[in-house]
Design a protein around this ligand. Structure first.
Ligand SMILES: [Fe+2]
Length: 381
């Protein structure tokens, strides 16, 4: 194993119930005087969003909002948001929401001062160095779900509306200057979304933990993140107003996204094309394919997951961990397979090709091939 790596750690996080009240202070800390709040359509009408706009207005920051953001945001959404940012003379973004609102908000801030087209910054090699760092506006991120962890991430996932491929746009300055993690904002999440987003956090921790790259800090974070999900996701699912469970899930989400600097794997490599083509929920898709991916990777991860099982209080080593995932999925109402999730008439060859070109492949413990990924898709359908 090579003991050489590049590490980046997250940013200033204001964590705790009620801390959305510090939004104006967070904007000041980030150097933002005229923010554009970016969120998705569904959230824009909810009281948590309206209250946040009220806080902005009361602090003299205006109440500008861009909410034309689809569940899987596209470059069309991005272009509209960038136009509103530039036309409005804004100097920073409040990225507000789940994965879609956070990712598009970060992207609008990133693109606000760039002259090259969006796809020039795809996460390939050193393409990120093409960006003008002075053209990236500061970001305050406010998650309203506990799963994606995009609030502490250095990338945005965006769907190409023509090819229906999910692309990752990366730059170190995507990392928000300030994050407000206020678990009260997640209290209204319905159980199905609590389950799906929570399993996304679990998938981030699990894939990071299993990735073969050297990153002991992430390894520790991934393990404790899995424990938090195991203890608190069932509670948050059962009772959305359980603020203690909501808080621990919010930590797990930020930990998972920090940990996956170490790598993701086949769960995400499969989930990205399925979501892009069949519009399934990202975290729920991860949960559906999780057991099949564990089986594929078993020869490389058995010892490691035996240690994880012991820490998590799961008996039976790898097999116990595998059974635990199945039981957790079932208790959260996760569909048993991709067909039940709504994946009908899939073009398996196309899904396999997209999965194999997904950057997540690089962190999978077992090398992914056309043969084993085709078998994975067939098992999961
Ligand atoms: Fe994810």
């Amino acid at each position: 194993m090579s003991l050489t790596a590049n590490w980046s750690y997250p940013t200033a996080i204001r964590f705790g119930a009620g801390r959305i009240s510090e939004l104006a202070d967070a904007c000041a800390a980030a150097g933002i005087k005229k923010p554009l709040l970016v969120t998705d359509k569904g959230l824009s009408y909810l009281p948590i969003t309206q209250n946040t706009l009220d806080l902005m207005e009361a602090a003299g920051l205006g109440r500008a909002m861009f909410a034309d953001v689809d569940p899987n945001p596209t470059e069309i959404n991005a272009e509209a948001g960038i136009k509103m940012f530039r036309d409005g003379g804004h100097d920073g973004v409040i990225a507000f929401g789940g994965g879609s609102g956070l990712d598009l908000g970060k992207l609008v801030a990133f693109m606000s001062g760039q002259t090259r087209p969006l796809w020039d910054f795809e996460d390939i090699g050193d393409w990120w160095t093409r960006a003008d760092p002075d053209g990236i506006a500061p970001i305050v991120a406010v998650p309203t779900t506990a799963g994606t962890g995009s609030e502490v991430g250095r990338a945005s996932v965006i769907t190409n509306s023509e090819t229906h491929e999910k692309k990752i746009i990366f730059h170190p300055k995507f990392l928000p200057s300030v994050v407000i993690c206020d678990p009260e904002l997640t209290v209204g999440m319905p159980p199905m979304i609590t389950a799906g987003t929570g399993m996304d956090a679990f998938a981030h921790c699990l894939e990071a933990f299993c990735s073969p790259h050297y990153h002991p800090m992430s390894q520790g974070m991934a393990l404790e993140g899995m424990r938090l999900v195991k203890e608190y996701l069932p509670r948050a699912y059962k009772d959305g107003t359980d603020l203690e469970a909501r808080a621990h899930m919010m930590s797990a989400a930020a930990m998972g996204a920090t940990a996956f600097q170490k790598g993701l794997g086949a769960i995400h490599a499969m989930s990205h094309p399925i979501g892009a083509v069949h519009h399934t929920h990202h975290g729920t898709t991860n949960a559906v394919v999780m057991q099949a991916v564990l089986n594929l990777n078993r020869p490389e991860i058995e010892d490691r997951l035996t240690q994880a099982a012991a820490y998590l209080g799961i008996e039976g080593g790898f097999d116990g961990f595998y059974e635990f995932v199945g039981a957790l999925n079932k208790s959260l109402g996760i569909p048993a397979n991709l067909t039940d999730l709504g994946v009908t008439d899939p073009d398996i060859d196309a899904l396999v090709a997209s999965a194999l070109s997904d950057p997540s492949c690089g962190g999978n413990p077992v090398e992914l091939t056309k043969e084993n990924v085709t078998a994975l898709f067939k098992t999961c359908l």
